[in-house]
Design a protein around this ligand. Structure first.
Ligand SMILES: CCCCCCCCCCCCCCCCCC(=O)SCCNC(=O)CCNC(=O)[C@H](O)C(C)(C)COP(=O)(O)OP(=O)(O)OC[C@H]1O[C@@H](n2cnc3c(N)ncnc32)[C@H](O)[C@@H]1OP(=O)(O)O
Ligand SMILES: NC(=O)C1=CN([C@@H]2O[C@H](COP(=O)(O)OP(=O)(O)OC[C@H]3O[C@@H](n4cnc5c(N)ncnc54)[C@H](OP(=O)(O)O)[C@@H]3O)[C@@H](O)[C@H]2O)C=CC1
Length: 528
């Protein structure tokens, strides 16, 4: 490990976060991902004196790493940085790297360059898929982390290594402290044993290995924490554990989001009127955390780790539930009302999703509100000479929500003392610039911006089209009324009009309703 971070400025006062990053060379993995992009943007905007950002990037989908990084910098997320400094791209140096390859596939020249100048590492890259085969998740989330740590140890001027984990790495526990729990298995042993196994054998034993964790993602993230901890005597390490990372709260502008992960895909499916039911506990805490909060905390933790050099790796549970709780029932309410005010274009049905913790109820609504309409719509498509597609969409949706339900049906308690400790070390100015105080978060406002963000930045829909989208919802409502009326007439003709007994029951029910109505009217006249 290289030199220490400067604890105080020239006047003896504690250096601010921006002052600390001034002149520093920063290495970032996962910079093309959702959180990585926000990290790069914030560093450039709020720490304008930072020297160079080295981004480990792989070529992908026919694009070279240079092209990918140039595209990334054109993104709307960087508008504010571009305004402040049109030449900001000069601070960014992409380094070709495929994290699943030996030595991360970094060229010897680049290794030389990195080891001689990097001061701080932010390790964001990971596979976050819940259905990732164990071998691949292990390769990327654990082995690549180990290789990055090996590289970090060769760096002469490294002051801090910040690893992004997840608050759900230990989701097999109800209460989660800011400590690294013993691993479910010794990572090295697992790596050695899986190496010679065929993929089909690994697939068969995966459920036994992951035990009471829901997927290979949380399992390998737990193993990665242990791998990181093992190096904490040689490096100054911080581990950030965010819960469910959502759209931005304030920075660089409210509601920025660029993917379907976590709740975003659920919100969109509900806004499009496709998703009508999902298993979730109304009263369970929905531990969403805005991406800008996570990034502010990450940068502050980088500063703290470099300046204070804690003896053991410090873990920061970055969650909202214990500080400013909000529940899935409330999320459902606000998401629905937001999409009614700001509808998405070309909705399949009017947005009306309900969550329930009851398995049978959910199955009933899947049948009535998902499969039946999909069947009718596919029939319509077939009859009009088009390819049926709705059932296929629902099957994919059911697979996705099936993987998410583990997280929406229960809640966890996270201790977040280190987050509070970190906040207490910031100057009032830094507390504003790198705000991660979620007590100030106004949930209804945040959810509204989140939903608008999915519309604008994920679906690329224009806000000026909202009147047309509203008109479309009115059309859908009229179709529903017409359909219900036709169904009632059909039921009457087929079942009631043909049987005396059914007619008697029908008249009895109708007269009971009338009696109830006149009683209700009479009693309300008396009270007035
Ligand atoms: C109003 C109701 C209120 C409800 C309240 C309840 C909400 C509950 C939400 C609970 C969230 C819990 C999250 C827990 C997070 C743990 C935190 C973390 O650490 S880790 C972070 C969390 N990690 C995660 O969240 C990862 C979870 N995701 C996965 O594991 C996989 O995506 C998959 C298995 C679900 C689908 O795999 P597969 O079938 O192979 O599909 P591909 O992936 O290959 O995508 C193909 C295409 O489809 C697109 N698209 C994708 N999703 C959706 C969608 N929902 N819709 C539409 N589209 C979607 C996608 O963009 C792509 O487009 P293109 O590029 O082709 O154009
Ligand atoms: N999103 C969330 O809700 C949460 C995320 N986290 C953690 O935050 C971190 C970032 O997550 P997020 O930004 O959402 O994830 P994304 O999937 O958006 O980004 C993943 C990043 O990792 C890179 N990467 C993946 N595989 C490789 C590879 N083989 N070689 C090089 N780079 C690779 C991706 O690059 P490429 O563009 O080339 O694919 C991308 O830049 C992860 O560690 C995750 O575990 C923790 C809690 C919640």
């Amino acid at each position: 490990m290289g030199e220490t971070g400067e604890e105080t400025g020239a006047d003896g006062s504690m250096v601010s976060i921006a002052d600390y990053y001034a002149g520093k060379n920063v290495l970032i993995t996962g910079a093309t991902g959702f959180m990585g992009k926000v990290l790069v943007e914030k560093l450039l905007r709020s720490c304008p004196e930072v020297q160079t950002l080295y981004l480990l990037v792989r070529p992908k989908a026919g694009q070279s790493m240079q092209e990918r990084v140039s595209d990334m910098m054109k993104c709307k997320l960087f508008d504010r940085v571009r305004e402040d400094n049109p030449d900001f791209h000069q601070k960014i140096v992409p380094i070709s790297s495929e994290l699943t390859q030996p030595a991360l596939a970094i060229s010897p020249e680049d290794v030389e360059r990195l080891t001689s100048c990097v001061n701080i590492i932010f390790h964001c890259a990971a596979t976050i898929r819940f259905d990732e085969p164990l071998k691949h998740a292990l390769q990327l989330n654990v082995i690549a982390t180990q290789q990055l740590l090996n590289l970090a140890q060769q760096m002469h001027h490294l002051q801090a290594f910040i690893h992004i984990s997840t608050a759900y790495a230990n989701c097999n526990r109800r209460h989660i402290d800011e400590i690294i729990y013993p691993p479910p298995v010794e990572p090295k042993k697992l790596i050695d044993s899986l190496e010679w196994m065929e993929d089909s054998i690994v697939r068969d034993i995966t459920p036994r290995l992951i035990g009471d964790r829901p997927n290979t993602y949380t399992y390998t993230k737990a193993l990665a924490e242990c791998v990181v901890q093992k190096e904490s005597s040689k490096l100054s390490i911080g581990i950030i554990r965010p819960s469910i990372v959502g759209a931005s709260w304030q920075e660089p502008f409210p509601g920025w989001i660029d993917n379907f992960n976590g709740p975003s895909g659920v919100f969109i499916a509900a806004g499009k009127g496709i998703l009508r039911t999902m298993r979730a506990n109304n009263d369970a805490v929905a531990d969403l955390i805005p991406v800008d909060v996570v990034i502010n905390l990450t940068l502050a933790a980088g500063w703290y780790t470099a300046v204070h050099r804690p003896k053991a790796a410090l873990v920061y549970n970055c969650t909202t539930g214990g500080i400013n709780p909000f529940h899935w029932g409330e999320i459902e309410h606000h998401v629905m009302s937001s999409f009614k005010r700001n509808p998405l274009e070309q909705a399949f049905r009017r947005p009306n999703a309900n969550i329930t913790s009851n398995y049978l109820m959910n199955q009933y609504w899947i049948l009535v509100s998902h499969k039946f309409p999909a069947l009718i719509y596919d029939l319509y498509l077939r009859l009009s000479g088009q390819k049926p597609q709705m059932m296929r969409i629902f099957n994919r949706l059911h697979k996705a929500i099936g993987l998410l339900e583990y997280f929406s049906r229960q809640d966890w308690e996270w201790n977040s003392e280190n987050m509070n400790m970190l906040m207490s070390h910031l100057s009032p100015e830094d507390r504003k610039t790198f705000n991660f105080d979620v007590r100030q978060l106004n949930w209804p406002e945040y959810i509204e911006n989140y939903c608008i963000g999915t519309k604008k930045y994920v679906l690329n829909e224009d806000m000026s089209d909202i009147p047309a989208a509203r008109q479309h919802l009115r059309k859908l409502r009229n179709i529903r009324y017409t359909f219900n009326t036709l169904l009632l007439v059909f039921i009457w003709r087929v079942f009631i009009a043909r049987s005396q007994m059914a007619r008697n029951i029908w008249y009895f029910v109708v007269s009971l309703c009338f009696k109830f109505l006149s009683y209700f009217r009479a009693s309300s006249t008396l009270t007035n």
